[in-house]
Design a binder for this molecule. Structure first.
Ligand SMILES: Cc1cc2nc3c(=O)[nH]c(=O)nc-3n(C[C@H](O)[C@H](O)[C@H](O)COP(=O)(O)OP(=O)(O)OC[C@H]3O[C@@H](n4cnc5c(N)ncnc54)[C@H](O)[C@@H]3O)c2cc1C
Length: 507
């Protein structure tokens, strides 16, 4: 049912996702390109539809102002509404979703009802240990405990809203099957964003797009609202609390270069709105940051478009080979190590190799085929010729690998996970990949209540943050699947905590 306050702008999320796939300049180009393409998207995309609140409905005051409509912001809005609040979401891009919409793997969670039903033995301690190991022991351990301890209930919360992540697989750095995906194994992002938006509509939470928040206002040490530029007009919106969920800065070349000069010129997988605005606005209020130089490079990125090839492909059993047609590393090692192994190759790229059965288990492959990045051949030898690799060598590599799967022992590189399926069913596929910027692990400092902290460790009154805008939880290397866990667990918590604050201190 259409609510009166929602505009008739209808945009195919998947089409716009494609439009924003290459954005990495930190500008606002997408506003015009996406807006001008929206009518085309309506016609061409049978994908999910997004509707937004009519700008004329924007009020001067809300209980809670949420900045950014990615997964963290949408989760915060729903838990604030559950707590009886009147929240608003302001999103600077023409569509909601941010990086969340692009998430292609899934969400990590331990001790879930779905793991139990599938006989997967996992524990919150093991999830904690895997993540700490992945982050080289540098993760904020309090935040990490909160994340793992609340991951199963976040899965249940999503399920209660009709967002069911019951297909479980491996991801790099995880010792058991822990990454939760939609039932058909498809990408988590569009499914999650569709589901959250559906609930936001049902709850009549106002969500404004093309609403660029430029400043967080504060009076006498207390946050009082924001300034927003909407349809070219500057407005001041009062809020008893502000929740910042603006995502990371992977598309801001200047910030990347400032914190990591060595990553200058790297292609980025992140969405065009990932420009670090929230970090800058919070720093202006005296908020502290942590780990700003910890920028994750993902090993499997198509270089000319910045398109990510999901870790799911390796999680379902793909191998990596070099231009000689040989494996060179444990494909399921953490992202930083796999990236370094590829960069160290003389050619600085590699090929993901997989078979038809894997393509059936990882639905993302259909999309990669549509995008023209997948090389296909009926036999391994024919595939080798197409990618200019010696056919006999590639055949030998596949035979050795299939034997390792049968023996459950990878003598060459010690891989222990994602060895449930061999690669024997033609046609066979190859995708050329190399590392690209993928996630900014640093950000503003928060505590487990999602309060934004100053340098002295005290909170900024009335200010909350969650998701990729925050830092500390992933340490020096994020495990695949942990960012979606982060935004759901801490987005939900930010909605609840800001609501408690408003109830105690609001007008
Ligand atoms: C290609 C890709 C695939 C990924 N796959 C996975 C995966 O499978 N599993 C996993 O765990 N993680 C994955 N990640 C990482 C994960 O998707 C992100 O870290 C996470 O979704 C970030 O969510 P968020 O809500 O914090 O930010 P986002 O989803 O990025 O949302 C932030 C929103 O804030 C808006 N915004 C920014 N500034 C302003 C402003 N000034 N005013 C108003 N709005 C503003 C942005 O436009 C954006 O819509 C992937 C990332 C990418 C790029």
């Amino acid at each position: 049912m259409k609510k009166s306050g929602w505009s008739k702008w209808v945009i195919g999320a998947a089409s716009l996702l494609l439009l924003s796939a290459c954005g990495a300049d930190g500008g606002t180009k997408a506003s015009s390109s996406a807006a001008s393409s929206s009518s085309e998207s309506e016609v061409t995309s049978g994908a999910s539809q997004q509707e937004y609140t009519d700008p004329a409905e924007l009020k001067d005051q809300y209980d809670i102002v949420i900045v950014g409509a990615g997964g963290a912001g949408m989760a915060a809005s729903l838990s604030a509404k559950d707590a009886g609040m009147n929240p608003v979401i302001l999103e600077k891009m023409p569509i909601a979703g941010g990086n969340t919409l692009k998430s292609s793997g899934g969400m990590n969670a331990s001790e879930t009802k779905f793991q139990e039903a599938q006989g997967i033995e996992d524990s919150n301690e093991q999830f904690f240990e895997d993540t700490l190991k992945g982050g080289k022991g540098t993760n904020d351990q309090e935040l990490l405990h909160y994340l793992v301890d609340n991951s199963a209930s976040a899965i249940d919360w999503l399920d209660s809203m009709g967002i069911t992540l019951d297909n479980i697989s491996y991801s790099g750095g995880a010792s058991v099957k822990r990454i939760h995906r939609p039932h058909d194994g498809s990408a988590v992002g569009t499914y999650l964003v569709d589901g959250l938006l559906r609930n936001i509509h049902e709850q009549e939470i106002p969500l404004f797009v093309n609403a660029d928040v430029t400043k967080i206002n504060e009076t006498d040490g207390k946050v009082t609202g924001v300034n927003v530029k909407i349809n070219g007009e500057e407005k001041e919106i009062a809020g008893d609390a502000v929740v910042v969920t603006t995502g990371g800065f992977g598309s801001n070349k200047e910030l990347i270069e400032k914190y990591r000069p060595d990553l200058k010129g790297y292609v980025s997988t992140t969405s065009e709105g990932s420009t670090g605005d929230g970090i800058k606005m919070i720093e202006e209020l005296g908020g502290a940051t942590v780990d700003m130089d910890q920028i994750q490079v993902h090993p499997t990125v198509v270089q000319d478009t910045g398109m990510l090839i999901s870790e799911t492909v390796r999680g379902e059993g793909a191998i990596l080979v070099n231009q000689q047609g040989e494996r060179f590393y444990n494909e399921l090692e953490t992202r930083d190590n796999v990236s370094a192994a590829i960069t160290d190759l003389p050619e600085s790229y590699a090929y993901l190799i997989f078979d038809n059965a894997l393509a059936g288990r990882a639905k993302q492959v259909d999309y990669y085929k549509e995008q023209g990045v997948v090389v296909e051949a009926d036999t391994i030898e024919a595939l080798a010729e197409k990618i200019d690799v010696d056919p006999a060598t590639l055949k030998k590599t596949l035979d050795t690998w299939n034997q390792a799967v049968a023996d459950k022992a990878d003598k060459d590189f010690g891989r222990e996970t994602a060895m449930d399926y061999d690669l024997t069913e033609g046609p066979f596929y190859a995708i050329q990949i190399a590392p690209g910027i993928h996630h900014t692990m640093g950000g503003v400092k928060i505590n487990t209540k999602t309060q934004v902290l100053k340098e002295d460790g005290t909170p900024i009154t009335g200010l909350y943050a969650a998701g990729e805008v925050t830092g500390g939880i992933h340490g020096q290397n994020r495990i695949g699947g942990n960012a979606v866990a982060d935004i759901m667990v801490f987005g939900r918590q930010a909605g609840a905590q800001s609501s408690d604050y408003v109830k105690e201190n609001g007008k």
